[in-house]
Design a protein around this ligand. Sequence first.
Ligand SMILES: Cc1cc2nc3c(=O)[nH]c(=O)nc-3n(C[C@H](O)[C@H](O)[C@H](O)COP(=O)(O)OP(=O)(O)OC[C@H]3O[C@@H](n4cnc5c(N)ncnc54)[C@H](O)[C@@H]3O)c2cc1C
Length: 395
Amino acid sequence: MDKQKNQPIEVDIVVVGAEIIGLATAASAAKLGMRVCCIDQQLPPEKEGAIYGQEQLQSAWVSALASPGVTLLDEIGVWDDLKDHACPYHHMRVEIYGAPIHLSHRDAMTPNLGHILNNFRIKQALWQSCRASDGVVFLQDTPQEWRHEEQQLYTTSGQQITAALCVGADGVNSWCRSAAGISHIQHEYIQDNALVGMLQHGKPHHQTARQYFSEHGVLGILPSTDYHRSIYVWSSARGQSQADSLARMLQRVPSEIGSLKLIGEPRSHRIVSQRVTKYHQRQIVLAGDAAVSVHPLAGQGMNIGLRHVIMLMKQLKYAHRNSQLFSNQQILSRYQELCCGFDALSCETYSHMRRWLCHRSGVWSHFVGLGVRCFNQAATVKRVLIRHALHANIH
Ligand SMILES: Cc1cc2nc3c(=O)[nH]c(=O)nc-3n(C[C@H](O)[C@H](O)[C@H](O)COP(=O)(O)OP(=O)(O)OC[C@H]3O[C@@H](n4cnc5c(N)ncnc54)[C@H](O)[C@@H]3O)c2cc1C
């Protein structure tokens, strides 16, 4: 649905941020019959069909999607188109101080451990779903003021949007979080940057994800739909020469996937580890990186954001059915309850894994290596932890 510039807009919810979490929120809410206005400072081009070229759709900007995210994309109606481009992975091999952990979908009692899928593809599918819906209006704009008593958002271009609820899906430096007056806790000791790129290897990856912890950082190698190509994510401390440390790290990777060759230039991402102390205030509710941003070593950031969308939609559906306001405090507090424990555990675990599993001390590494070997034998503990990471108990 398009609208004429500066005509006041009245909707059920306004979503700030049109990346994957904002678009998934808008598409899910529209499916439930809500009217949505989605605003972003940079929207994809307005055109029919594909909005991204092959270069982006085949790039290394991928996510490891867990099953609740897949279910959400299926409910929105985009998974059928996406699944042929996704690489399911069944095994994960982790190495910590030389001690191996082997995780299998059988340990988790699930058909796979997740799907590796290009983020541009997910975004394109969600964008098309929203564009095909009569319930979603898009605005390329930035928010300026949220008047929570009037439930009105004013944008920098002078647009007035009236909405019962404002969803902040506007990333790590969220404007919505500040407008709501919500504080956050940041792990200052995480000062990493990630290099993300493509690797070619001599032997097939056998749908196995790999991860290596070293004193310099963490290397993840994620399989793609091409059996001889994988995506690498190398996170290490900012300030050091990351390309050199990556090259050294790749030499240490066991040869089970053959000789490795880097393809093209990597993308660089600044890593932030932080989480909010509250998920809603002043009729603003936060989702995705605006609420929690975790270290990418476990490939969980987007999965956590998609989990927020699932939990929020559950609450909004309940409110809709029971003729309650979307901004009802009980509804939003329930959303917060459903998210905060899980998110805090994830955020703390991944930042401490980065801190303590990439340590230089010989004695420490000896004890951790011993612990890792014991963990690898403890099937029940392994199952509980894998199922947490896979969000397998969500429904
Ligand atoms: C190297 C790396 C690897 C990762 N790998 C994985 C993985 O394997 N699996 C996984 O689950 N997650 C992964 N993640 C995390 C995942 O990418 C993020 O959690 C996810 O992209 C966050 O999405 P979001 O929509 O919440 O925020 P963003 O993608 O940051 O989107 C925010 C949107 O809000 C808009 N915006 C911001 N401010 C304003 C404003 N003032 N006005 C208007 N618009 C605004 C921006 O333009 C943007 O479109 C990885 C992250 C990194 C860095």
